[in-house]
Design a binder for this molecule. Structure first.
Ligand SMILES: Nc1ncnc2c1ncn2[C@@H]1O[C@H](COP(=O)(O)OP(=O)(O)OP(=O)(O)O)[C@@H](O)[C@H]1O
Ligand SMILES: [Mg+2]
Length: 222
């Protein structure tokens, strides 16, 4: 039976906010304590970061090149292992329970990470399948996202045939395909023309309106 206190469920029907990890409370959306990353060679990319992001916030990390923004997103999205401190995302300790944390989050990386051997539609379809959706649900979700992100006419195209703005839209579409409730975007508007940048902000506001918590990095103060 579903009750009001049932945790939200992802596409695969897996609870996405279970409250796992020694320091993590179930309701915590993003919290870090003393989070640090020193790369081999002694580069201190992130030092002692204490961060708290509430549910439904759009939180911006603003900083110059090399400030540690991508490293921070990397640690919060389980790609980079911290050298000190802790981080909870969606109530889950990202180091102790990386696989579980991944179910709660969507990630748009700074560089293009689309699968170049797949079509536009297939990039969405297989992402849903990776997250446990049935073939039927994945097909429906891919179609729905292409419509939402105004890419339906490019469904069968190779990702090589997309403009930078279209590729960025597809990366955002893929990042939310498994219905995460936290979204990380690393420089989402870099390299976009003003029109594409505005279109992307519209999409982000729409997602935010649907209850998504967003953490993004940027150089742009506006
Ligand atoms: N894999 C790595 N190995 C060694 N040093 C790294 C690695 N990744 C990042 N760094 C270093 O960590 C520091 C922070 O890099 P990071 O990419 O997090 O910055 P950023 O704020 O995202 O910069 P940008 O605005 O250019 O994207 C830099 O000094 C960078 O050279
Ligand atoms: Mg970066």
């Amino acid at each position: 039976m579903t009750t009001a206190s049932t945790p939200p469920r992802g596409l695969a029907g897996i609870p996405t906010s279970p409250g796992v990890g020694a320091h993590c409370a179930p309701g915590e959306v993003i919290t870090t304590a003393g989070l640090s990353k020193t790369f081999p060679g002694g580069i201190h990319a992130v030092v002692d970061l204490d961060l708290s992001v509430n549910a439904g916030e759009i939180f911006g990390l603003l900083g110059p090149n090399g400030a540690g923004k991508t490293t921070t997103v990397g640690m919060l999205s389980t790609r980079v292992v911290p050298t000190a401190g802790s981080a909870c995302v969606g109530g889950v300790d990202v180091v102790a329970h990386a696989a579980l944390a991944k179910q709660a989050i969507g990630v748009v990386a700074q560089s293009n990470t689309l699968d170049r051997s797949l079509t536009v539609w297939e990039n969405l379809y297989y992402h849903c399948r990776y997250f446990g959706a049935s073939a039927r649900d994945a097909r429906a979700r891919a179609d729905e996202l292409l419509k939402q992100f105004r890419l339906s006419d490019r469904a069968k195209a190779s990702v090589y045939a997309l403009s930078g703005g279209m590729a960025q839209r597809l990366m955002v579409a893929r990042s939310i395909a498994h219905r995460p409730h936290i979204l990380f975007l690393d420089e989402p508007t870099a390299g976009l023309d003003p029109q594409s940048r505005l279109a992307l902000w519209d999409i982000l506001h729409e997602l935010h309106g649907e209850g998504l918590t967003v953490l993004l990095t940027t150089h742009y103060r506006e």
